[in-house]
Design a protein around this ligand. Structure first.
Ligand code: HEC
Length: 153
């Protein structure tokens, strides 16, 4: 009688243990699947939004609204042409007359330098000739994504 009870209890304990292991394993698999899947999910979002969070399509609209008063993509206006500016060295369009300040600045235009420039050109390169600021963070990110896209052929 006593022996039987003990045996039953033991086998029930074993059953619980096994179930616990299964649940543990299932959870581990689930967690693993989430871990493997998540980076893909976020990289899909990142691809749509551009490497630094900007949206190139919206950036094109920002460019047309805010920059084309002084810039065009392929010719000189009050400011230099901007196609290919992403990755280009500052003040290197030969047909444009840059300020001495920008000629001496020696910047490579990337996401970081463009962001600083557009936030406050005067602070980034004192005495330059671009009298304009793009104050909204999302507009800067978008227009930078647009310029970047135009540079990647
Ligand atoms: C009010 C006129 C004006 C507006 C508006 C303007 N810019 Fe400019 N931009 C200039 C001028 C002038 C220069 C040349 C600055 C110098 O020589 O110091 C310049 C230079 C630049 C340069 C450096 C180019 C190079 O070859 O080194 C970049 C990049 C640039 N602008 C981006 C933009 C973007 C993007 C916008 C719109 C969000 C914009 N600018 C709006 C006048 C303007």
């Amino acid at each position: 009688m006593t022996m039987k009870n003990t045996a039953q209890r033991t086998s029930m304990g074993k059953t619980r243990l096994t179930l616990g292991r299964w649940l543990g394993a299932a959870f581990a698999l689930y967690a693993l699947a989430v871990l493997i899947y998540l980076p893909h999910a976020s990289s899909v979002v990142a691809m749509a939004a551009g490497p630094d969070g900007g949206d190139a399509t919206r950036g094109g609209e920002v460019f047309n609204k805010r920059c084309t008063g002084c810039h065009s993509l392929d010719g000189e206006k009050e400011g230099p042409r901007l196609r290919g500016v992403f990755g280009r060295k500052s003040a290197t369009v030969p047909t444009f007359k840059y300020s001495d300040a920008l000629k001496k600045a020696n910047i490579t235009w990337d996401a970081d330098s463009l962001n600083k420039w557009l936030t406050d050109p005067e602070k980034f390169v004192p005495d330059n000739d671009m009298d304009f600021r793009l104050v909204k963070d999302d507009e800067r990110a978008d227009v930078i994504a647009y310029l970047r896209k135009l540079s990647s052929k």
